[in-house]
Design a binder for this molecule. Structure first.
Ligand SMILES: C[S@@+](CC[C@H](N)C(=O)[O-])C[C@H]1O[C@@H](n2cnc3c(N)ncnc32)[C@H](O)[C@@H]1O
Length: 506
């Protein structure tokens, strides 16, 4: 069979740990495999917009791209938070969703096999007879420039309180000095080796969190389970706009953060009030890393500030589904590294799993997001990075903290690294706004009754073709507004309650 998709679906009721040794479990996973190769065949399925109860605008901010979105809603992603299911009870709502999704000619009938009577919620018993060596201390914070395995082997056993690892994903990212496209067996062999080393240096009762795409996380899970104890599978719904123009696609929006403890976990500092006051500069979101926004509230700065001034209660329970932390979208917040994480993600992880003064490890430290967040939160840190340029960058940013600067501040920087296979267009002044050009393509599409080609735009369009060639990364982007209706971000402007016209086959 061919792996297609891992969908995270909200579960209700949430399962809470009475000992606070793990986060409340708020999702289940649905794995989608196909008998055929190639792209998954499914209907183009849209999920209606949700609206912020405070400002009545869509929960997500579509910025200047509203004309490229549909009035009804957005294309479905691989995190389904608009429905909730009790896996031990009625799962009809999920069956209906799959019936909608696969309501295309390709499929003849739908069969449901309920194997739940065979399932028990199995957790492995703690590994028997494991002796842990006496605990060692790392005396001071350090940034090490070198290979993760070589440097990890120099660290003492049982010396680290929290390890967070965001490894290269083997997706052909353009790092300096590192080929991100190993043969997949070699990739996992390599991963298993550093996972063992990280497990060795971790203190008993402490957590190792590993971030990767869901498919790789499934494989990591198997190995991690053989050396550590499963704690949580966190779904980070990263609000990715990486694929802005998907066609017949389910937007891959989430990453998995696998959390495993060494032996039985201690109660988590962030759940038991031992994380410190988490006082951080600047952002109101960053200063409350352990209390996420209640679902539905938007992240627009104006609305966030207004809610704060009004003393509105907009905070919810922290669970294993994280949806209120964006990937870094604006270049002004990026430094020159192809895939840096948002600091808010690290504030939350570090505040959850450590107490002030404890030691945080990242052996793929990149531009330093983990160690910088640890530094700001008053933790010790050890960061390992292979590439000298990234190592230097992290060193400089730590110096900025010492000088009282926020290393995650907005600033105009010259960037060369890019987090996507699409080439960076040079900064330019648009003579005609891109929106106007895209709406012109919509006009021509309506005239022709189909999406126009480049030749059509030369013949029927009112703007020189060079604008389309110079301002857009692909013809797909040129046609983005022609493929849909455009949306309004306020609740009044939409057809609230409008029924979707998805065909249902089953
Ligand atoms: C996904 S990035 C980590 C980004 C980091 N989380 C951040 O926010 O900046 C992976 C990093 O691992 C580094 N790397 C690759 N192979 C390595 C190795 N063998 N030892 C140490 N670092 C390595 C790459 O240079 C890259 O900076």
């Amino acid at each position: 069979m061919h792996y297609q998709l891992w969908v995270a679906i909200k579960r209700e009721p949430t399962i809470c740990s009475p000992t606070n040794t793990r986060l409340p479990e708020h999702h289940i996973g649905a794995l989608v495999y196909s008998r055929y190769e190639g792209q998954l065949q499914h209907t183009k399925t849209r999920i209606g917009y949700s609206y912020c109860p405070a400002c009545n605008k869509t929960t997500k901010d579509y910025g200047g791209k509203k004309h490229t979105y549909h009035h009804y809603g957005t294309l479905i992603s691989d995190v389904w938070r608009d429905i909730a299911v009790d896996p031990g009870g009625d799962i009809q709502i999920v069956l209906e969703r799959f019936a909608d999704l696969f309501g295309v000619e390709h499929y003849r009938d739908m069969q449901v096999y309920d194997l739940s009577p065979l399932l028990t919620h199995r957790r492995n018993a703690p590994k028997p007879g494991r002796e842990f060596a006496p605990q060692a201390h790392i005396s001071e914070s350090a940034l090490l420039n070198g290979d993760c395995l070589t440097e990890l082997r120099r660290l003492p056993d049982n010396s680290v309180d929290f390890a967070f690892i965001d490894p290269p994903y083997n997706l052909k990212k353009e790092y300096r000095g590192y080929a991100d496209d190993l043969n997949i067996r070699d990739y996992f062999k390599w991963c298993d080796t550093w996972i063992s080393e990280v497990a060795r240096v971790l203190r008993p009762g402490r957590t190792f969190a590993l971030l990767n795409i869901p498919l790789w996380a499934i494989r990591h899970f198997l190995y991690l389970e053989s050396v550590l104890e499963f704690q949580n599978w966190i779904v980070w719904d990263a609000l990715s706009f990486a694929l802005s123009f998907p066609v017949r696609m389910i937007m891959p929006a989430h990453y998995a953060i696998l959390c495993f403890s060494k032996g039985e976990s201690r109660p988590l500092p962030g759940l038991t009030g031992h994380a410190g006051d988490g006082d951080l500069p600047n952002s109101t979101l960053a200063s409350k890393p352990l209390t996420p926004l209640e679902e539905g509230y938007c992240l627009r700065q104006r609305c966030v500030s207004k809610r704060l001034r009004a003393g509105m209660e907009d905070r919810g329970l922290l669970s294993d589904v994280w949806w209120d932390i964006h990937r870094l979208k604006h270049n002004s917040r990026r430094v020159d590294h192809p895939c840096q994480l948002p600091p808010q993600l690290l504030y939350r992880l570090i505040a959850l799993f450590t107490e002030p003064g404890e030691t945080v490890l990242d052996c793929f430290n990149g531009a330093g997001t983990t160690t910088l967040a640890a530094h700001q939160l008053g933790r010790q840190y050890v960061g390992i990075e292979l590439e000298p340029q990234y190592h230097q960058l992290a060193l400089e940013r730590h110096r900025e903290i010492d000088q009282g600067l926020d290393p995650f501040r907005k600033e105009a920087r010259e960037l060369t690294a890019k987090n996507s296979p699409v080439a960076r267009l040079k900064k330019q002044k648009y003579e005609i706004p891109k929106k106007t050009l895209q709406l012109e393509v919509r006009r021509v599409a309506q005239l022709l009754g189909r999406l126009p080609t480049r030749a059509d735009m030369i013949e029927y369009g009112q703007y020189p073709i060079r604008y389309y060639d110079e301002y857009f990364v692909s013809w797909g982007e040129v046609c983005a507004a022609a493929r849909t209706t455009g949306m309004s971000e306020t609740r009044e402007g939409t057809q609230a309650g409008a029924k979707s016209s998805q065909p249902r086959l089953f």
